[in-house]
Design a protein around this ligand. Structure first.
Ligand SMILES: *Cc1c(COP(=O)(O)O)cnc(C)c1O
Length: 228
């Protein structure tokens, strides 16, 4: 059985992580599979960025938290086309834009609902068959079309190293994500500006920050193990 940390314990963890990271790095508290009480506890500790991986689960928690003002909601999990509209209505950032198809769908609906979300392109820096995301070849082939999508603010890259990557591999992946961002920005696209790097979760956020991450996504470190 999983025992959730108490609100006080969550707040202590947040304080110690914040003390250990540069102030300009955005700390996203990942609350997937955690109850809304965890979000409340983190909010009390001044967290305003929350990450969820499922649209439906996030909407249910948002309904329980309408009294908490000023939250920025980040979608960090794979998005299916049929959830695109809800994702646009309920999230401020979508870190998991992982195909041209979903980008096109989001762009189309964004025009319709008049919401223009910030997006990160999810990229696989090394081959990783089970994972969603653009391969590097896919990404370069797709960028000209992505640049035409007027209703999306493509502002970042997100990557997750393959499971069981060594620290050296993780370092390589994060550093190359930073290089890739720079390469994209020097291509002279009209709209795409990669200012954000969404790199780093509980096991690798220190490496990510050393490699230029601007947004870290922490679940376990703040809230303990997720309920099954
Ligand atoms: C679950 C998840 C996280 C948080 O993972 P932890 O290891 O618990 O910090 C971060 N990013 C994504 C995309 C996730 O799905």
């Amino acid at each position: 059985m999983t025992v959730s940390p108490s609100p006080g314990h969550i707040q202590e963890r947040i304080t110690s992580v914040k003390a250990a990271i540069p102030s300009q790095v955005r700390l996203i508290a990942v609350t997937k599979k955690q109850p809304s009480s965890c979000i409340r506890a983190a909010y009390e500790a001044n967290i305003r960025d929350f990450g969820e991986s499922q649209v439906q689960e996030a909407i249910a928690k948002q309904a329980e938290l309408v009294d908490l003002k000023g939250i920025t909601w980040h979608l960090i999990g794979h998005l299916q086309s049929n959830k695109a509209r809800k994702a646009l209505l309920h999230f401020d950032w979508i870190h998991s834009v992982d195909s041209l198809k979903i980008a096109a769908r989001l762009n189309e609906i964004a025009a319709d609902v008049q919401r223009s979300p910030y997006c990160c392109l999810q990229v696989k820096m090394v081959p990783d068959p089970p994972k969603y995301g653009f391969s590097l070849d896919d990404l370069w082939a797709s960028l000209p079309q992505l640049d035409q999508m007027q209703h999306l603010k493509i502002a970042g890259l997100m990557t997750i190293p393959p499971r069981e990557s060594s620290i050296e591999e993780i370092k390589y992946i994060f550093q190359h994500a930073q290089i890739l961002a720079h390469q994209i920005n020097t291509e002279g696209f009209n709209r795409i500006r990669i200012n954000e790097l969404s790199l780093g979760m509980s096991s690798d956020y220190q490496v990510a920050i050393a490699s230029g991450s601007t947004m870290i996504r922490l679940g376990t470190t703040l809230f303990g193990d997720r309920p099954a």
